[in-house]
Ligand binder design. Structure first.
Ligand code: EPU
Length: 432
């Protein structure tokens, strides 16, 4: 298993180009199943979650062709199975999007559920409620297989009790070919929901209202192939923004949609940084030691939970005391133990962490407990005095495209080594 090493202390300086959005890519790739045709998808990030999704499509019978580093052509007309086994899904949380897509294509989906993740229980009751409201029968089989069947899906009104990105996406996938009108109320509004809607519409679907809390989907009989470019990754961009401020550097972050970054920009401005927005880039500058600020994560357009560990790491070296509250997941503070080893002063009480800023962190061996916890360890290593080594970096590989190369190009002293002695990092119950 590889490890990442960082000699901290270098301010990040220069330019970085953001890759395509992971959480859009893992929804758009299964959506190709609906086209029964060739789709060309551009700006696909080179991350392991995407590799796994493409492998699953291939195993189901799709023809997949890599055109260049970021572009794939996928022909889903040859898909001939609605069964996705545990071997295929065990490391990929987003594999549950295959349920909505296969159900819409074949009237049936048998998909092994991915395990829970490190930051608490991850129920799918809202997904199931949605499928049932469209007329599907849902049953659970041995080996954690979920079997969803509907000879004919019929549009209906689906009100989600919680705002769920996954349930919104899964219902959109199931409803695009259902008979009549589906209305999703209390829908999630994340940028990747809008991106999926745009992709589905490019394939001939009729999806309106994505990005608001009511999405209306009028079912169509046929969908077709298209060419589509995935939006830039909001969280990768946010991670570089926070890293720039935490290291007191100055970085031009290119290929972004500044509007998607507003909640992150607001917190960086509040902590004393400078953020200049351009058409498709942001210039982020740290002005000395960051100042304290309080952060509460919320569904979009609130501050993203997927940026919580990274901003908490910046606040760990800020001047003053900050409170970071988690408003999406039951708990997402596992990384605090690792930061504490590096000298951070953080106490967690339920869904809130009180962070007493310290002058600096000290390099130390740490591990990535999940993807964004891994991003937090990268930022901690970049600011710390001395050398930090990060284990379990398979998590980081899931969501960050060439992260070591990108930080190196910004002047960080960071490198990756293969360490055959590192413990096996993933088990079957850990997926983002
Ligand atoms: N929830 C339910 N029932 C459901 C579904 C969700 O109670 O049926 C609850 C969850 O327990 C949670 C809240 O609703 O408390 C929000 O969960 P959501 O369904 O929105 O999360 P998700 O779809 O499983 C996606 C991202 C996560 C990100 C969350 C929130 C993907 C593949 N994953 O997960 O991304 O944290 O939305 O924005 O899109 C990451 O990229 O690091 C990551 C974990």
């Amino acid at each position: 298993m590889d490890k990442i090493f960082i000699n901290g202390g270098n301010p990040l300086r220069g330019e970085v180009t953001i890759s395509g959005a992971k959480n859009a890519a893992v929804a758009i790739l299964p959506a190709i199943i609906l086209a029964q045709d060739v789709c060309r998808v551009e700006n696909i990030p080179a991350i392991s979650d995407v590799d796994m999704m493409i492998r699953i499509l291939h195993q189901l019978g799709a023809k997949t062709k890599m055109i260049d580093d970021t572009t794939y052509e996928i022909d889903s007309s040859t898909i001939n199975s609605y069964v996705v086994t545990h071997d295929m899904t065990k490391h990929l949380r987003a594999s549950y999007y295959l349920i909505g897509a296969l159900l819409a294509r074949f009237g049936r989906a048998k998909v092994a559920m991915p395990g829970g993740c490190n930051f608490g229980v991850r129920p799918i009751d809202q997904h199931i409620k949605g499928f049932q409201l469209l007329g599907a029968e849902v049953s659970f089989k041995e080996n954690a297989m979920i079997d969803v069947e509907a000879p004919e899906l019929t549009g209906g009104l689906v009100y989600f009790d919680v705002v769920s990105v996954g349930a919104t996406i899964n219902l959109m996938l199931a409803a695009v070919k259902a008979k009549g009108l589906t209305i999703i109320e209390n829908a999630a509004k994340e940028p990747h929901i809008v991106d999926l809607a745009n992709f589905l519409n490019s394939m001939g679907a009729d999806v309106r209202g994505a990005g608001t809390d009511v999405i209306k989907i009028r079912g169509v009989e046929q969908m077709h192939g298209c060419t589509y470019s995935i939006i830039p990754d909001q969280i990768e961009a946010g991670t570089f923004m926070v890293a720039a401020v935490a290291t007191k550097g100055e970085v031009l972050i290119k290929n972004v949609i500044p509007k998607h970054l507003e909640s992150i920009t607001a917190k960086l401005l509040q902590s004393g940084a400078t953020v200049e927005e351009y058409d498709d880039s942001v210039l982020v500058k740290g002005n000395g030691r960051p100042g304290k600020c309080n952060v509460k994560t919320m569904p979009h357009p609130g501050f993203p939970t997927d940026m919580q560990p990274q901003i908490a790491t910046m606040l760990a070296i800020a001047d003053g005391t900050s409170i970071v509250s988690e408003g999406v997941w039951d708990s997402r503070f596992q990384y605090v133990e690792q930061l504490t080893r590096m000298g951070a002063n953080i106490s967690v009480n339920g869904k809130a962490a009180t962070i007493e800023g310290v002058e600096t962190l000290n390099g130390s061996p740490v591990k990535a407990d999940d993807l964004r916890a891994g991003a937090a360890m990268l930022i901690a290593g970049l600011v710390a005095k001395g050398t930090t080594s990060i284990e379990n970096i398979v998590y980081i590989d899931r969501g960050y495209d060439n992260v070591v190369g990108k930080f190196q190009a910004l002047g960080a002293d960071i490198w990756r080594v293969n360490d055959a002695d590192s413990p096996k990092a993933l088990d079957d119950s850990e997926a983002v």
